[in-house]
Ligand binder design. Structure first.
Ligand code: MN
Length: 739
């Protein structure tokens, strides 16, 4: 532990002490003197260790770990051990303090958590693909969940203070957050974190839309409050009669989810009525929760007409991330749809804090524990590592991030599989032997294909045959990691067994030629550029390799195979052709600065997936064989690229030019008044706006039309004017740029 006290400036000192007091106030879990002393010591050690560091924003670095500790305590509800670890989480990584120092002062447990956090760090600067990083996140998750929970707090604070980072780093961090941390937060039941992650990411990748929706939400706030009060009024008297304490909240939904609705439903903000959900939270002991929740439901639906298909009972069957609640949508005053969520205080805490709160309420008798099941799933995937980290990540994403589907066995036992799982997945889910021997599958008493996608409520029966064996094709019929890895290992085993024949042939041949086996086998593995001896055996067994022919290419010297040199024919290299005009043509010359340098020196082009136009928020991505591609920051592919190959991303800035043009695709919807729609659109674009059209198509259906139009615009400003102009036309409802 450092003994020399490094002084802070007076104003910094005050900032730090204020932050520390705020942290202490936020701790809700009971603490003894030892805990208090530990926290104090950790704080002092961190203050000293980080004394020389400042954050990008200029503030003292120590404010970051203090805030991460506060988020862990207040927003996740973690206890003293986690708070100490959070305070120390960057100490080993960034300062002279070693893990051993921490172990000596704070003991094994805290040292282990800090170690886990240190290993997870420095992710977005490293060369290693993010998928590898994610694997690390998960390995620590199974060891001590707190590591990942603190990591979530760390990431949240970094996201909240991302403003002072350079733009391309913001994009990378945001992409990684939305690709990994946000779904993981969802999976751990940290709904508040997930929502905030999504909003913060959107603020970076799509600032304009974000601010636009935020502004509109603000402007309609008063209206909304009035409406919610009007909605609640007739309910309160009836709810009072139940005789149980309750509270009602009416919070607006997140900006990200509102934006999603706008995109999916293709309606403007003004036409989205369920901007908020009304939540009725009852305070009652656990065994009375369910009947009281249903009593509340019954009151709500007596007053307002429910939409039956919108009823969701997550109380009887909690989601696999622990979420419990009763959801319904009713027709409120003025005919507007209102989502109502009914839950107990306990359920509410689990909904907000997920995993962390779950343990608090976990009863000794809760046999089927959703998190235990989930953690088992994580372990299983980790124990069956595929060689490719990216494949691992996609396995993981399909299996453990997704919603689930509920099916039953013929005896009525419920099984939960990830959404999208097939009947064959079900067989492997029951037991790997059932999977291996699966001959036929029945769903609801009817034979189905093995790749049949399971639906909620399906009753599934597996018919086995002891002679059945998995084949390569089966890999295409399953989606769960368990089934895939079992099929793969069975294939490997089959291959190995079959390869035994090849091995015998090889042994015999080498012996006849008086060649040492090890030398012969390895020489041939190299000769055919195979990965391993089993691959060689397999190729021989399959008769892909004719040993008699191959051995003619070798001499035998001292029981070793020596390759006979073959005559080398020199093929003259073709003359380099003089570069033509086409080769030189660099799309968008002088339009961009890439990595701060004129883009013309790179052979860059604009990505077809998102067609950026001048003025869009963009970044440059170095592809494997297609040079540099320019994507929009909110391109759906970008998220994947940024998250997995962050190290190939360069920043790109526009240079304003006048004589360039960009492709921009728009989708236009509206009411088909019978005639004139096409003319109106064409007129507006070519005469009024003077913009060239690249292509145009329109399709109508029952008085509604959807047109796709591809424009050539000079820059984003022109595009915005075009969108506004088209929107203002009669019979046009929405104009959206294709992402
Ligand atoms: Mn940190």
């Amino acid at each position: 532990m450092p003994t020399t006290v490094i002084p802070y400036a007076e104003e910094d000192k005050q900032l730090i002490q204020r932050a520390y007091r705020k942290l202490l106030k936020s701790i809700k879990t009971p603490m003894d003197d030892h805990d208090r002393m530990n926290i104090r010591n950790a704080y002092e050690l961190a203050v000293q260790a980080h004394a020389k560091q400042r954050r990008k924003s200029g503030e003292p670095y120590i404010l970051h770990p203090i805030e991460v500790a506060r988020i862990s305590a207040e927003e996740i509800g973690l206890g003293p051990t986690a708070i100490v670890a959070a305070l120390l989480h960057d100490v080993v990584e960034d300062t002279d303090t070693s893990l051993n120092d921490i172990k000596k002062i704070f003991g094994d447990k805290i040292a282990k958590i800090v170690d886990g956090l240190t290993k997870l760090d420095g992710s977005y600067d490293s060369e290693s693909p993010q998928a590898e990083n994610f694997k690390k996140v998960l390995s620590t998750l199974v060891e001590d969940v707190r590591v990942v929970l603190i990591k979530m707090a760390d990431r949240l604070h970094n996201m909240r203070t991302l403003g002072s980072m350079p733009r391309h780093k913001q994009l990378k961090i945001a992409a990684e957050t939305s690709y990994i941390y946000s779904p993981l937060a969802h999976r751990l039941g940290l709904y508040k974190f997930k929502t905030e992650f999504q909003d913060l990411c959107m603020k970076i990748t799509d600032a304009e839309t974000y601010l636009d929706i935020a502004k509109k939400l603000n402007a309609t706030k008063q209206d909304r409050t009035l409406y919610i009060n009007e909605f609640i009024k007739p309910l309160t008297k009836l709810l009072d009669e139940i005789g149980v304490p309750y509270r009602i909240t009416g919070r607006p939904k997140s900006i990200f989810s509102i934006w999603n609705k706008i995109k999916i439903k293709k309606v403007p903000f003004e036409e989205i009525y369920d901007l908020f959900a009304v939540r009725i939270i009852i305070d009652v002991e656990r065994k009375r929760e369910k009947p009281i929740c249903w009593a509340v439901y019954s009151i709500v639906t007596d007053v307002y007409k429910p939409i039956p298909e919108r009823l969701k009972d997550w109380i009887t069957t909690p989601k696999s991330n622990g979420y419990e609640s009763l959801h319904t949508t009713v027709v409120g005053p003025k005919g507007r749809y209102v989502e109502v969520q009914v839950r107990s205080e306990r359920m509410d805490e689990i909904a907000e804090r997920g995993f962390a709160a779950h343990w608090k309420y976990k009863g000794v008798n809760d046999s089927e524990d959703v998190y235990d099941n989930w953690l088992d799933g994580v372990r299983e995937i980790l124990e069956n590592p595929t060689e490719d980290a990216l494949e691992f990540l996609s396995d993981f994403k399909t299996n453990l991030f997704h919603e689930e589907v509920y099916v039953t066995t013929p005896r009525g036992d419920m099984k939960v599989l990830p959404k999208g799982a097939t009947a064959l997945d079900f067989a492997f889910h029951i037991h790997s032997d059932v999977g291996y021997r699966c001959k036929a599958l029945k769903v609801n008493n009817r034979l189905v294909r093995m790749g049949y996608k399971l639906q909620n409520g399906d009753q599934v029966q597996v018919i086995t045959d002891k002679n059945q064996k998995p084949t390569e094709d089966w890999l295409k019929l399953v989606v769960t990691g368990k089934a895939r890895s079992k099929i793969r290992s069975s294939m490997k085993e089959e291959r190995r067994k079959f390869g035994e024949f090849g091995k015998e042939t090889l042994m015999r041949k080498l012996k006849n030629n008086k060649v040492d086996f090890d030398n012969g086998a390895d020489t041939l593995v190299n000769y055919f550029e195979l990965k391993s001896r089993p691959d060689l055996y397999y190729e021989i067994a399959m008769e892909h390799i004719n040993l008699t022919e191959v051995l003619k290419k070798f001499n035998v010297k001292e029981r070793k195979l020596v390759e006979i040199p073959i005559e080398i024919v020199v093929i003259p290299e073709p003359k380099p052709k003089t570069p033509t005009k086409a080769d030189k043509k660099v799309e968008g010359k002088h339009k961009l600065l890439i990595g701060g340098e004129p883009g013309e020196q790179y052979n860059y082009s604009f990505a077809n997936c998102c067609n950026p136009v001048q003025g869009d928020n963009v970044f440059a991505y170095l592809t494997v064989n297609a040079g540099i591609k320019i994507h929009r920051a909110n391109c759906p592919n970008a998220r994947h690229l940024l998250a997995n190959y962050g190290y190939r991303v360069m920043k790109a800035d526009w240079i304003v030019t006048t004589n360039s043009s960009f492709v921009a695709d728009l989708v236009i919807t509206g009411i088909d008044a019978g005639r004139g729609v096409i003319q109106d659109l064409m007129n507006a674009i070519t005469s009024t706006l003077d913009i060239n059209i690249r292509s145009f198509s329109i399709a109508g259906n029952e008085g509604y039309y959807e047109g796709k139009i591809s424009l050539l615009v000079a820059n984003k400003d022109q595009l915005i004017v075009a969108i506004k102009t088209l929107e203002s036309l009669d019979n046009v409802s929405t104009v959206t740029r294709v992402e």
